[in-house]
Design a protein around this ligand. Sequence first.
Ligand code: MG
Length: 393
Amino acid sequence: MDFIEKQKIIILGSTGSIGKQTLNVCRRLNFEIEALTCSGNIELLLEQIKEFKPKKVGVADQEAATRLSELLEELDGPVPEVLGGEQGIVEIAKLKCDKLVVAIIGFSALQPLIAAIKEKRTIALANKETIVSTGKYVLNLAKQYGAKIYPIDSEPSAIWQCLAGQTDRPSKVWLTASGGPFLNYTRDQFATITIADALAHPVWSMGNKITIDSSTMLNKGLELIEICRLFDLSGDQVEVLVHPQSIIHSMVGFVDGSVIAQMGLPDMELPIQYALTYGTRRAMPDKPKLNLAELGKLTFQAPDFEKFPGLRLAYEAQAEDGAMPAVLNAANEIAVDAFVNNQISYLNIVEIVENTMKQFRSHDLLKKEDITNILKADQWARVYAEKLIEQVV
Ligand code: MG
C-alpha cells in the first residue's frame, strides 16, 4: 500500500494517555490533526486546539462543550467547531480522514467505532473493551464494509508485527505481561492494597482504568480475549507469560517450533506509530533505543492463577464465549470505577466480576451472540455489579 506522507488524523479521546501519546507521534511525523475529542477535560483540549488547530472538536459532556465554546470565543483567529454530547463524538467519528484513532476507554467507544466502520475508515484501535464485548460483531462489520482495524495496544501490535509477511498461521501465541505492581505480593498483602498502590505501575505509563486492570491482571485477561478475536485463535493456543522487563511484547510460534518475538523498549508510541504509518516504518530519533547488552537478561515466569484469579476468569469467559466476555468486561468496568471511588476494597474488584459471571451462567442471554443481546447482557451485568457493590458498602 502507498504510504501517505502527510496524513490527516482524527483522535477520539485525545486528552487521555493514548491520545496524548498519539499527538506526540503526530508531532514527530508532522501529521495534520483534523479533529479531536475528549469526555470533559476541556482545559487540556484547549491547549491541544491551540497547538494542532483541528477543524472540529467533540466533547462528550454537554456542559463542558458549552464552556469550551465560550473559551474559544476569546481566541484570536479561526477556531474549531464544537460538537457536544455522545452524538457529537459519533459525528466526529464519521468525518473523512486517513486514520481514525479510537483511544476512548471502555464501552462508550462502541457507537463511534460502529459509525467509523460504516464510513469504511482505517481505524487505529486502542480500545479493547469493544472487541472483547461485542465478539465478532465489530470485526465482521468491518469486513462487511471494508473498513480496516489496526491494533495499537502493544501486545496485539506485537503479534501483528510478528505475523507480517508470514503465510502460515501461528500454532501458538505467548501473550507477555509485566505482572503489574503486585507480582511479588503475598496473598495476605493483597487485602491491604490502596488506590495509590494500584495506580503505580512499575513499567508502563497508562490511564487509571488500564493501570488498575493491569494490577489485577484483568487487563491481560481482556487482551487474551481481544487477541483471540483479532487473530482468530482459541484460548488454549494462547499462553500468558509474565515477563517483568516488558521488552518482548508478545511472541508467535509455528508448527516447526520456530518462535518469533517482537521486542522494544516499553513505549506505547511505537505501536501507535506502527499503526499510523502501516506499510512503512518511520524513525523515532527522540527515543532511546533498546540495548540488550546493557539490560543483561530477560526473565519469564508462569502467571500465578491463585493470586490473579481475574486471569482465570478471562480464560473461562473466552471458552464460554457468547455474551460472557461482555459480562466480564462490564462487571469489571463497574467494579474498577467503584474501587477508584473508594466504594469497595481491592479484592472486591475481581470478586464482583466472578460473582457477576456466576450469576450470568443461568441467564437466558448466555449463549446469544447477536449485538442486541450482547448489549442487553452488558447492561444486565452493569446493573448486577452495582447491586453487588451496594451489598459491600
Ligand atoms: Mg497491553
